[in-house]
Design a protein around this ligand. Sequence first.
Ligand SMILES: Cc1ncc(C[n+]2csc(CCOP(=O)(O)OP(=O)(O)O)c2C)c(N)n1
Ligand SMILES: [Mg+2]
Length: 548
Amino acid sequence: MTTGEAVVAALLAHGLDTIYVLPGIHNDDFFDALAKAHGAKAQGAKGGAGLRVVHTRHEQGAAYMALGAALATGKPQSYCVVPGPGLLNSSAALLTAYGMNAPVLALFGQIPADAIGRGLAHLHEIRDQAGIISRLVDWSARIGAPAQAPRLVAEAIRSMFSGRPGPAALECAIDVWGRSAAVAAQAPLPIPAPPIDEDATEAAARRLGAAKRPLIIAGGGAQDASAEVTHLAHLLQAPVLSYRRGRGVLDERDPLAVNLPIGRDLWGEADVVLAVGTHLHMPLLHWGIDDDLAIIRVDADPDEAGRLAKPAVALVGWAKPVLRRLLDKLPAHNKRRPSRTEEMRERHARIDKRLARLEPQVSFLAAIRAELPEDGIFVDEVTQVGFASRLAFPVYRPRTYLSPGYQDNLGFGFATALGAQDARRDLPVVSISGDGGFLFTASEMATAMRHRIPLTTVLFNDGAFGNVRRIQEERFGNRLIASDLTNPDFVAFGKSFGAQAERVKTPRQLRAALRLALGRRDGPTLIEVPVGPMPSPWEFILMGRVRG
Ligand SMILES: Cc1ncc(C[n+]2csc(CCOP(=O)(O)OP(=O)(O)O)c2C)c(N)n1
Ligand SMILES: [Mg+2]
């Protein structure tokens, strides 16, 4: 086997079925292995189930697609690009995958093995590529020979699900991909579940059981523990706050599911907080802490709990098994509490009334929610309708609201949504973008056509980096700089690729357009919505202290 063939076999052995790529000479032997696997499949050879290859028009597209596929499925996904510029072109997406703890395996080419580190000006050479990669991911390695490939792929994938989950990377020199040798297969390595600390779990159950006003905060690490969080919330009558990455863990039709402004009020009143898979960045840094608040942290990363404040109890491990154990222990300690349903309904009504001034964002979001089925996926963006969606777009199920988390990097949305839709062809996916963010990866419309990806994109066009412009108006005496945009005719742009494209003006028209678009499963749709300036959401997001 060549190294390339061994990597293809190893990816297949780990259950990957697709790879997102942009080819180039450094990786030609790997791509030939991909082609041969396809040829074997086409000829009906035994065991020749090839990896599906989705090629993009820019490396950031390949990496974002792998990210979207990983987030939508929870399973490992991979992308492959050339070294140097290809790696750097993909790096914002890899950074985002790190921030989102997404299991993405990056495969990078390299210059000839004996030239690495010598500065001989080889094509795509970059100083200390391995060092650069090692700062972007927690686990990385270079494949030096065919026989190393199966083990390194297995270790990479194990690392993606161990400790704090996240991306991993492998690089391989141009002259190593094609080298042949005897290769032994490697079964996927077991991923040991972190042991459960019984004493700490008991302590957490006691604290929660005695709490008068408990609050649960769910982050991205709670996505696989929806049933457990829901059960705990009901047993404790504890509201569940989620903002970006923890959305849908508790079905937001449940009155106990609360958004950021309600959650901040509750933070101010709580005596015990159970924080599941979240950095608690906003509460600890902005809302304040004092001695009357006991915080219980559940996190896969052993270093996370103590970073900002000493928790009352730190439970290290995966949310699902840890919360299950907590659920076993809680009934023995849990006091009776009255239902908080009415109180929560009132809190929701009060905040919804205030949020109603975020028009037109709220009405356009309501139109999308009305047409998107409850298991359909909504992909957020760093745009004004996106900011509002974090407060006023109800999410019903885990993994159906994909938000970039703390990177909040403009332009992530369209290509990430393409990956989500590619990996979940059975569900409709709706991507929203501003005119600014959309053009970051708009060239991937060609990818959507080439691979017939039925994504629906709603593009809110205000002719500006509108969020930036509003800040310049309000905080900098209307001195506008670098925030106005000259745009193409977006409908003509979409149509020029062969995509379905139309322009709508009102929420009602958006609903009608979405109904058609979500029913179409043979290719992408672009819906442009011309909009004017929008009111600021920031008073609902950047809120001051309530304790300490
Ligand atoms: C990678 C990156 N670059 C820049 C920014 C700063 N930024 C935040 S919002 C924004 C403007 C977004 O414009 P658009 O996509 O048109 O949405 P709008 O604000 O107009 O709704 C910019 C430039 C960012 N968040 N990420
Ligand atoms: Mg804009």
